[in-house]
Design a binder for this molecule. Structure first.
Ligand SMILES: Cc1cc2nc3c(=O)[nH]c(=O)nc-3n(C[C@H](O)[C@H](O)[C@H](O)COP(=O)(O)OP(=O)(O)OC[C@H]3O[C@@H](n4cnc5c(N)ncnc54)[C@H](O)[C@@H]3O)c2cc1C
Length: 504
């Protein structure tokens, strides 16, 4: 039997990075809000029952994963990790909080999304940074390997900068701005939901997977979910989908909103024929050099850890390939990770990530069953300029790692291009590339559904009333940033637009 629960003003589907922000801000504005989240809710930070690995910001957690996967450009199997827990990916990510370059947001506005220019968003950035308690690592917090990278990057001519948190930043290298508070990954559940958890108008339904949005006569009425193996229906005036770049298009497609022919193939009744649902999928692809680490690295990291907190990743260099259509288009963000197979006890990774990918893939349903994950085809490096930009970055990284400031820590190569001739490097990049876990764009914001837009600049789904989207899926294109902060800004901005739609 289907369980039916009480009525809310708003249902937020997915209590993740953006969803937690939307929900908390709507509760603060006096609305009755229900968050429905597929993963567990461990309560407030003070509950003390959060798993240590989700809280500890030193390393990336490996639990609470949805289990998405797909292929890289060379056919290699890649995992596309996504967190299934309250807080979403903000509860298991690397905590880097870079806003990117203003020109990318201005391009969103120019593409038919008024209100989304960098100038329009500055207040939302400031609010998000304050709530997430973003601050850059101080010089004396930088561990030896990270210090070696910065010194080497400076030695090859990249200026040391403190503009990584600045929308007007240029080429440079420096300490990451992070949402880490006393070693804790300060996820959006802590930063936003904890402030409203005791409010009577607020409910979290955890461990419940939303199957679809209930729609009648072109209007969203609520959602249908599965909890503990049983169907559950929730009703509200407004449904906001914040299930992420994979989860939100999956729910829309199962709800009958998407390319009509694809929906009919799965026996799904069509409510809105929107070809853009699942399209425009893109991510920041990455190419990684890896090393076994030296005895000196092991000793210096051990020594550092005796007196200080030892995070794996702390610094980023922003560099420009010849393909750059702005001040920079590549991030280099080295890290170390424990590796018992190496005599040093560590593996060193020097990755290069492309911030302005031109390739676009698509997410498609494999089944109408909410337990079956979608087919995620990123089409990484389909556009030759993407691989060419990465090749430039790999050559830059090879130049940097020859500098003694970092070379003394690296040791034997574990993943390294055997041949630097153009064709050989291109094929090495294709067959070994990774990604930076930044999928986006599958429910693109824009004015014209016929041109692939899924939501309008207020996040309203084209052609269906009472239904909005607020998460990484609405990005027309990824900004040259780490996306968690822009996604928080999407949560802030979409909430402003729900509360005060303005004229028209
Ligand atoms: C390993 C890793 C490291 C990263 N490191 C960084 C970093 O250092 N800096 C950075 O800026 N970005 C980083 N990112 C990316 C960044 O965290 C994401 O881009 C961002 O958090 C996405 O936010 P979102 O709100 O769109 O989705 P999410 O935060 O993923 O939220 C979606 C939520 O919806 C829930 N959900 C999904 N489907 C359903 C359903 N059917 N029913 C109910 N609930 C559902 C999910 O469980 C989840 O809680 C990283 C990501 C990963 C995976």
């Amino acid at each position: 039997m289907t369980e039916r629960t009480g009525y809310s003003d708003v249902i937020v589907v997915g209590g993740g990075t953006a969803g937690a922000i939307v929900a908390a801000r709507l509760v603060e504005a006096g609305l009755r809000v229900t968050v429905i989240e597929a993963g567990p809710d461990y309560g407030s930070y003070r509950s003390g029952i959060w798993p240590a690995e989700l809280v500890d910001a030193r390393a990336l957690p490996v639990t609470h994963d949805w289990g998405y996967g797909g292929r890289g450009a060379g056919g290699q199997q890649l995992a596309f990790e996504r967190a299934r827990v309250i807080g979403g990916c903000s509860a298991h990510n690397g905590c880097a909080q870079l806003p990117g370059w203003h020109g990318d947001y201005d391009a969103w506005a120019a593409s038919g999304c008024p209100g989304w220019s960098a100038e329009d968003l500055r207040l939302c950035f400031a609010r998000s940074k304050e709530r997430l308690r973003v601050r850059a690592f101080a010089p004396d917090e930088i561990q030896p390997f990270q210090r070696g990278f910065l010194d080497a990057a400076v030695a090859v001519g990249v200026p040391l900068t403190d503009d990584l948190d600045d929308l007007d930043g240029e080429v440079g290298c420096g300490a990451e701005p992070v949402n880490v508070v006393d070693g804790v990954r300060w996820n959006t559940a802590f930063a936003y939901l904890d402030l409203v958890r005791d409010n009577n108008g607020f409910t979290i339904v955890a461990d419940a997977v939303v199957d679809r949005v209930l729609i009648a006569n072109g209007l969203a009425l609520g959602v249908r979910a599965v909890k503990d193996g049983h169907p559950l229906e929730l009703r509200a005036d407004l449904v906001v989908l914040s299930a992420g770049a994979y989860g939100t298009p999956e729910i829309l497609l199962r709800s009958g909103i998407g390319p009509a022919a694809d929906l009919r193939e799965h026996g799904i009744e069509v409510h809105a024929d929107l070809t853009g649902v699942g399209a425009n999928l893109h991510d920041h692809p990455a190419s990684q050099l890896e090393f076994a680490g030296t005895e000196r690295l092991g000793k210096e990291l051990d020594l550092f850890a005796r007196t200080r907190w030892l995070p794996e990743e702390q610094t980023i260099a922003k560099i420009a390939s010849p393909m750059a259509n702005g001040p920079f288009d590549l991030h280099v963000y080295p890290w170390v990770e424990p590796d018992e197979a190496q005599p040093s006890g560590w593996r060193c990774v020097v990755p290069v990530g492309l911030l302005t990918p031109r390739s676009r893939g698509r997410l498609r349903l494999r089944s109408a069953d909410p337990a079956v994950r979608a087919d995620v085809d990123h089409a990484y490096l389909a556009e030759p300029r993407d691989a060419a930009a990465l090749a430039y970055g790999v050559r830059w990284a090879l130049h940097v790692i020859r500098r003694p400031e970092i070379a003394e820590y690296l040791g034997s190569p574990l993943r390294f291009p055997p041949d630097l001739h153009d064709d050989a490097l291109d094929s090495w990049i294709r067959s070994t590339h990774a990604h930076i876990w930044h999928p986006a764009g599958t429910c693109r914001m824009g004015p014209e559904p016929a041109q692939g837009a899924v939501v309008d600049p207020h996040g309203r789904v084209h052609g269906v009333g009472g239904l909005r989207v607020a998460d990484a899926s609405v990005l027309p294109s990824l900004p040259r940033s780490t996306p968690a902060l822009p996604v928080a800004v999407i949560g802030e901005r979409m909430t402003d637009l729900i509360l005060d739609p303005g004229p028209g």
